[in-house]
Design a protein around this ligand. Structure first.
Ligand code: GLP
Length: 231
């Protein structure tokens, strides 16, 4: 695990954008795994500003809420449109359909779509306070593939700031599984802010435990952690 300390959030965002752009520029048909949440917002902003040609890029998002429409202001589809796709054209972008009639079938379909691409070249991740990656909450099997999750109450509270009230925060989501994430060739984990200090320290302790999902990354051969402001 390669850990890169950066001076501040802006530096972190730029470093990640440069890292991603280098890979995108070097590949014929790169496949990126994308994340939502507040941490990657600066990274997307930097990509929008630099206006790279991503017309050969395929993207897969990690997760989506269940039960809200793609056009809902807080859906991850809307997040991606606002932060990236409205400005940057990609060859194809995939996000789980949280309104699918058959959610289990949707999870299978999403796995198949990824498998058809061969492999995700680079998966970007944020870090939840409880160590979640995507929406893989503590206790999720390291063997899990795309699945439906019941969101932890703490996760709903953390994300309530984006909704009118906690009651409006969905209780379930579809997320790539931990095994799905681990099959990416490269992984970037972005960690920023004092509120992530505890989670970051726990990750750095190095113990691998299903009760702290991000710890699985110690078993991946190519992980870069970009960090700012956790001290
Ligand atoms: C959310 C998302 C994750 C994200 C994490 C941290 O619930 N599902 O993909 O990485 O929580 O979010 P933030 O970056 O806003 O702290």
């Amino acid at each position: 695990m390669n850990v890169i300390q950066t001076n501040n959030y802006e530096a972190l965002s730029q470093r990640v954008a440069d890292y991603v752009q280098e890979l995108v520029g070097a590949k014929d048909q790169p496949v990126l795994g994308l994340a939502t949440g507040s941490t990657p917002v600066g990274f997307y902003e930097y990509i929008r500003q630099t206006q790279p040609d991503w017309s050969h890029v395929t993207t897969f998002n990690l997760d989506e809420y269940v039960g809200i429409s793609p056009s809902h202001s807080q859906s991850y589809r809307t997040f991606m449109e606002k932060n990236l796709f409205s400005n940057i054209s990609v060859m194809a972008s995939y996000i789980p359909d949280g309104q699918a009639h058959d959610l289990t079938a949707e999870c299978t379909r999403y796995e198949q779509l990824i498998a058809e691409q061969g492999q995700i070249d680079l998966q970007i991740l944020g870090l939840g306070h409880n160590g979640h990656i995507g929406f893989n909450e503590p206790g999720t099997s390291f063997q899990s593939r795309t699945h439906i999750v019941d969101l932890a109450e703490t996760t709903r509270q953390a994300n309530a700031r984006f909704f009118e009230s906690i009651d409006d925060v969905p209780t379930q989501a579809i997320t790539m599984g931990i095994q799905t994430i681990m099959e990416a060739k490269k992984i970037v984990l972005m960690v920023s802010g004092h509120d992530k200090q505890h989670a970051f320290n726990r990750l750095m302790e190095g113990e691998v435990d299903e009760q702290f999902p991000a710890s699985v990354l110690h078993h991946h051969p190519d992980v870069t952690v970009f960090v700012s402001d956790v001290g």
